[in-house]
Design a protein around this ligand. Structure first.
Ligand SMILES: *[C@@H]1O[C@H](CO)[C@@H](O)[C@H](O)[C@H]1NC(C)=O
Ligand SMILES: *[C@@H]1O[C@H](CO)[C@@H](O)[C@H](O)[C@H]1NC(C)=O
Ligand SMILES: *[C@@H]1O[C@H](CO)[C@@H](O)[C@H](O)[C@H]1NC(C)=O
Ligand SMILES: *[C@@H]1O[C@H](CO)[C@@H](O)[C@H](O)[C@H]1NC(C)=O
Ligand SMILES: *[C@@H]1O[C@H](CO)[C@@H](O)[C@H](O)[C@H]1NC(C)=O
Ligand SMILES: *[C@@H]1O[C@H](CO)[C@@H](O)[C@H](O)[C@H]1NC(C)=O
Ligand SMILES: *[C@@H]1O[C@H](CO)[C@@H](O)[C@H](O)[C@H]1NC(C)=O
Length: 549
């Protein structure tokens, strides 16, 4: 056989094998979670470490990679990790929240099997049970484009993760006790940047003339944070998996739970410059800094630390300027704008209003008057095993109660889920009649952020929607006494947590589960229940051959 024919056959054979086995590689992670001492603000406190690290290790992967993450829970507490922004296509089994998964018991292992299916972008993971989120246990997720997919900017010299968030010196259990006893959380004690406040050493090193990517996530539990780099502008390039129009900003607001990427070019004299992170929309502003050091730096810059505007109007206008670059590629080579979300008919409008009220004399937070009560069995498993009485499907109305006017409404406590049809296209209007910024996240999906404003939403507000190049993301803010409208293609069968990212609110009930349902139980729509599924509560009795906890 001629050599070139043999070579051709070999190529064909390997193409065949690739297409049969699926070309996406597997990436394996082995993690151990422990309590350890964190001393970020000059006070030693108990925090959650992953493999001894705070923040935890970064998950670095490419579009479509399979992620196999073996977690040993060496905490004395039950533990779960959700993967904020990983869409878990057809796979809400792996979502790591109490409504979908049983906790990993103390001393046991659990292996997550996930895929970064059709995704790119910057996200993060964090612990979801109890008030663990205030104890650390978080880390970055970077999903890179596959090598042949064009990225709409030159490859940066390097990439840095910048995890920013508010932080308390009180331990997570003390904070949880406060909430359990009906008290409010105090203001946070500081802001951390990658687990530290105001470092003096070089946190990030750069070379003059080169361009760097910062992947920024607000991993905190309540505050909007503004970030800037002294003497440098930042070019926004990505928001939660969408390549954006590349606008230049001198400071950017990052709401709690949100992630984005910026490029900055080291085009200033070779010195040390600060990254400055400040709280927004609070009575007392907290700051934290990190240092960007140029190679050959002649020392710190002399200028005083600048501060971005602290103003709802500024923030709102900035948010509206964040749009999708319609000619850039997404995870696939076709342009992101080739999906015309603006011309799809909305099949259902859901208005969700946040409120606060009392249950048994203690404050609870609610959505449309319903405060979520944790169940003894994950809703997803109750659904799968036909266990009735765990949750109430349709238990949360599609609109706020008629007399609704915000704070201190009467609220009902129940384990409510909202039902929806697979492949429906819904409009969700988030309405905020309170004084603080709200932040909402939906698991399993990205949403088109078509409009936001202050004031009251009405049907006329639809006239202002961006139906052309709205950004698609998974966490959206709602300004004080304002609204945000999103459009969502419910194309991912499963049970998905919709939650306030303001963690005390979520802990006290401002969340629910959205069931995206199809009557055709096919593995094409939803992956089978995993072999290693943990069973607990009323699901524990269902299958004696599985792992019971
Ligand atoms: C459990 O996790 C630990 C560390 O995270 C790992 O070393 C060990 O192999 C795991 N055990 C099993 C049975 O997977
Ligand atoms: C940052 O952008 C502003 C407005 O576009 C511009 O006036 C300023 O010169 C820029 N600063 C730097 C350091 O490039
Ligand atoms: C700021 O202070 C005012 C007056 O003391 C108070 O009513 C308001 O709730 C505070 N706002 C925040 C966000 O703490
Ligand atoms: C959009 O992406 C393309 C690359 O596909 C890039 O050339 C262009 O500059 C980007 N446009 C904006 C406005 O960011
Ligand atoms: C959307 O609704 C309009 C009016 O009801 C109808 O004419 C149109 O055909 C629908 N479009 C699609 C794509 O279903
Ligand atoms: C749950 O009920 C449905 C419909 O009755 C049935 O098809 C399914 O097999 C049941 N599931 C289990 C796990 O028993
Ligand atoms: C029970 O577990 C076995 C082994 O994992 C599995 O083959 C079977 O389908 C399970 N039955 C149900 C009802 O889930």
């Amino acid at each position: 056989m001629a050599a070139h024919i043999r070579a051709l056959l070999l190529v064909c054979a390997s193409l065949l094998i690739n297409s049969v086995l699926g070309e996406a590689p597997y990436r394996f992670f082995v993690w151990d979670t422990t309590y350890g001492v964190i001393n970020a603000l000059g006070v030693s406190q108990q925090g959650i470490l992953i493999n001894g690290q705070f923040p935890g290790p970064t998950i670095e992967c490419q579009t479509n990679d399979n992620l196999i993450i073996n977690i040993r829970n060496s905490l004395p507490d039950p533990f779960l990790l959700p993967w904020d922004g990983l869409q878990q296509r057809k796979n809400s089994w792996q979502d790591g929240v109490s409504g979908t998964s049983c906790p990993i018991p103390p001393g046991q292992n659990f292996t997550y099997h996930m895929q970064a299916k059709d995704q790119i972008g910057s996200f993060f993971y964090f612990p979801s049970l109890a008030f663990h989120k205030a104890a650390g246990g978080f880390g970055a997720i970077r999903i890179h484009s596959r090598p042949l997919i064009p990225v709409p900017f030159p490859t940066p010299e390097d990439e840095y993760t910048v995890l920013i968030g508010d932080w308390y010196t009180a331990g997570h259990k003390a904070l949880q006790d406060l909430l359990d006893s009906g008290k409010e959380l105090p203001s946070p004690d500081g802001i951390l940047i990658n687990g530290k406040r105001n470092s003096n050493g070089a946190d990030f090193t750069v070379e003059q003339g080169k361009t760097y990517r910062l992947r920024i996530s607000n991993v905190g539990i309540q505050n909007t944070l503004n970030i800037l780099i002294q003497g440098h502008n930042m070019t926004l390039v990505e928001v939660e998996g969408t390549h954006t129009v590349q606008n230049s900003y001198s400071s950017i607001d990052v709401h709690v739970g949100q992630s984005l990427s910026v490029l900055f070019t080291a085009n200033q004299p070779a010195r040390d410059y600060h990254i400055v992170v400040s709280t927004r929309f609070t009575n007392t502003t907290l700051h934290s800094t990190a240092v960007i050091r140029y190679a050959g730096s002649s020392g710190p810059t002399f200028e005083a630390l600048p501060s971005g505007p602290d103003d709802v109007e500024f923030s709102l206008n900035q948010a509206r300027s964040i749009r999708t670059n319609l000619t850039a590629s997404g995870p696939r080579p076709n342009p992101q704008g080739s999906y015309h979300y603006g011309s799809i008919n909305v099949t259902r409008t859901i208005r969700l209003a946040n409120s606060m009220g009392l249950v048994g004399g203690k404050p609870r937070y609610a959505v449309n008057g319903v405060s979520f009560a944790e169940a003894d069995t994950p809703l997803k498993l109750a659904d799968y095993y036909n266990i009735s009485g765990v949750f109430q499907l349709g238990g949360i109305p599609d609109a706020p109660p008629p007399a609704y006017n915000g704070a201190m409404e009467e609220v009902q406590s129940k384990t409510a889920a909202m039902d929806s049809d697979h492949r429906s296209f819904v409009e969700i209007v988030l309405e905020n009649s309170e004084d603080g910024v709200q932040s909402w996240h939906l698991d399993g999906h990205s949403v088109f952020v078509v409009g936001m404003d202050v004031g009251t939403w009405s049907e006329q507000s639809r006239g202002s929607y961006n139906l052309v190049d709205a950004v698609s993301r998974c966490t959206v803010q709602v300004y004080p006494r304002g609204w945000t409208a999103v459009l969502i293609a419910l194309d991912n069968v499963g049970t998905w947590n919709m939650r306030s990212e303001v963690w005390a609110r979520r802990y006290l009930g401002q969340q629910f589960y959205l069931r995206v349902y199809t009557p055709t139980h096919s593995f094409r729509d939803e992956l089978p229940i995993p072999d290693n599924v943990l069973l607990c509560g009323r699901a524990a009795a269902t299958n004696s051959s599985r792992t019971h906890v």
